[in-house]
Design a protein around this ligand. Sequence first.
Ligand SMILES: [Zn+2]
Length: 365
Amino acid sequence: MTEPNFSNFQERVVQAAEAVLQRDGSVGPLELMQQMRLLHPVHVEGWRKGNEHYPVLQPWIQVGPEKFQKTIRHFQEWAKQRGLRTIEAAYTRRGPGGLEQLQVTEDGDLEWERFYRTHYAPAGLPEKKAARLAAKLNKPPELVVFEKVSEEGNCAECSTELPRGAFLFMEKGQPLCLPCADLDELVFLPAGDTALTRRARKHSSLAAVVVRFNRARKRYERQGLLVAEEALAKAEEECTADTPARAAARAQAAQARQEEDREFVAELARAISERYPGCPAAEARRIAEHTGRRSSGRVGRSAAGRALEASAVDLAVVAHIRHARTNYDELLMCGTERLDARALVREGIDRVLAEWSGAKFESGA
Ligand SMILES: [Zn+2]
């Protein structure tokens, strides 16, 4: 290979742009730079998923200022000569705090941000196809929960330790434990059973994908799905009809799990009923089972013991009411800020609490 001269480099830009346009139906600066190997896909993915190491993307673009300028100039000239139309993409991420705008540049310069969002597509694209493309470019990625691969770290809100293997959620570049992210009502469904996963996701009003970073392969690998417990139960029921043998194995596993936790669950259910005599027994049992599964499966027996304390009982009950008896999940999924959503459902929660604790519901009480 000879030293690349101006026209060679221009050719490289044009070829890369054409290749992406052919493959994706549109091309934006970030796709172009990945195609030209000026930007590694793993950095883009980390940024879009909200990984803490990627608050902004620009520092990961591996090119000197002069070549960067040339790349942009050739790219824009090419788009103009090809008579392409522009479609604006959105770089957002779905979080319990609502939709977050992702920033490419460190200073958030509006013109540069717009430049990075601008995609080019063929001018002659039929309107229907253009609309589909715009929808695709504006679709926020799924809620993502990370399984920790590093040892140290704490929740940014409650300071709970987040050891290796813990699940965490990234909000505005900060790690949150699942209770702080309001995702702890969900149960983990390991990847592997496609039909079950698909059905559970369909039935779950709130769901998050769990990924773990594989250092050797330099990519995020899907570990499973966090879904609502009821959704999982419904999905399991539907799958039972399909495959009796696998369903039997699943039922057996579920039974073993339940037996393990039975004692703790019974104790917790009793504690809930004592504090909240108005809470229907079946519901107290459901709250206890749910907490028990999480406690034994994730944080160990000492945490399960702590779950019997009054404050922990209150937390479990409130979390249950919020998810089961208000439209909180729906508010989150349609992008309401987490704190706004909490405020919106607070009155409803208080009313149920008052009912359950046996106190007469009076205003100002
Ligand atoms: Zn926390």
